[in-house]
Ligand binder design. Structure first.
Ligand SMILES: [Zn+2]
Length: 300
């Protein structure tokens, strides 16, 4: 606890401390009756016209720096439970079984034979399974519904639910696809929502997926503890509000964020690939504002 208290005392004009609370002038309105509870990590301004209740993160944002050990104050601290039993991957190995319909369906999504082999993708009659391997261990899988009655090109267009199936135990939102030593050394990371896009674009521009339009504390922690300094968010356009929340979370952890926006298409794989590539390359080389995020907009 001492480091947080030290930081409060150094960063603000602390008048006095009483149990878990310190008093200092409100960082928003300057009123003297402002108290910050360093156990609950929340403050309260008693001036009626202000009444702000900043969190520790808010205070850090105001100051531009935090206590040296402040990642330890993440609230709530994520608990990642990894089940002991090995996750059984359903189906047969797609690469060796030469299931041509499934191979073609994946090819239409930009996934090569090499990818199929590398990521150990399997198939059953109704699903294509992509194992989530983290640090050499299968921790989850994504089972995507397929319709073999259709042409492989449209093979994923199915109304049968659930569209996605996961193994029981580990929440998919704890993981980042393909996480391991190689990724930890990347300087930047492009995140998309779709697992197929993540596989197809991985080598083109350090692409991966967080499996949807949210970044959990566990996923942020993975990124924070790696060498990745910049995250480029190329999520679907309907995730606009969420993207900003996540961008703010990442920035508070000193990670540079660039957001890719689209004017017409609403998913990165619907955009002309040359434009997408140009946008991501721009995102990679551009310096962001000193605080906050940078937007790269694809105009079609
Ligand atoms: Zn105030």
């Amino acid at each position: 606890m001492s480091t947080l208290l030290d930081w409060l005392k150094a960063a603000f004009s602390v008048q006095y401390q009483k149990k878990n609370e310190v008093n200092f002038p409100c960082p928003y309105c300057g009123h003297n009756a402002f108290y910050f509870n360093f156990r609950k990590k929340i403050g309260y301004c008693h001036r009626a016209s202000c009444g702000r209740k900043p969190t520790l993160k808010d205070l850090i944002q105001i100051k531009g720096y935090g206590p040296t050990d402040w990642p330890a104050y993440w609230d709530p601290d994520p608990i990642i439970k990894i089940t002991e039993k090995n996750i059984e991957l359903p189906g047969v190995d797609l690469y060796t079984s030469r299931d041509n319909w499934a191979i073609d369906a994946l090819r239409y999504r930009g996934i090569s034979d090499r990818d199929i082999c590398k990521w150990k993708i399997t198939t059953t009659n109704t699903r294509i399974y992509i194992p989530i391997i983290q640090d050499y261990k299968i921790v989850q899988y994504v089972g995507r519904m397929i319709d073999r009655q259709k042409h492989p090109k449209d093979g994923f267009n199915t109304i049968i639910q659930p569209k996605y199936k996961y193994a029981e135990g580990n929440s998919i939102s704890n993981f980042i696809f393909g996480w391991g030593e190689e990724m930890k050394n990347w300087k930047y990371l492009v995140l998309v929502e779709n697992t197929f896009n993540a596989i197809a674009w991985r080598d083109k521009f350090n692409c991966s997926t967080n499996f949807g339009s949210n970044l959990s504390d566990a996923q942020i922690k993975l990124i924070y503890n790696s060498f990745i300094q910049k995250v480029i968010l190329a999520w679907d356009d309907d995730a606009k509000t969420k993207v900003w929340n996540v961008a703010q979370k990442l920035s508070t952890h000193g990670i540079v964020v660039v957001i890719i926006e689209y004017t017409q298409s609403n998913q990165p794989d619907q955009v002309n690939f040359k434009l997408l590539e140009a946008a991501i390359n721009t995102a990679i080389i551009s310096a962001p504002p000193s605080y906050g995020s940078l937007i790269v907009r694809i105009e079609e």
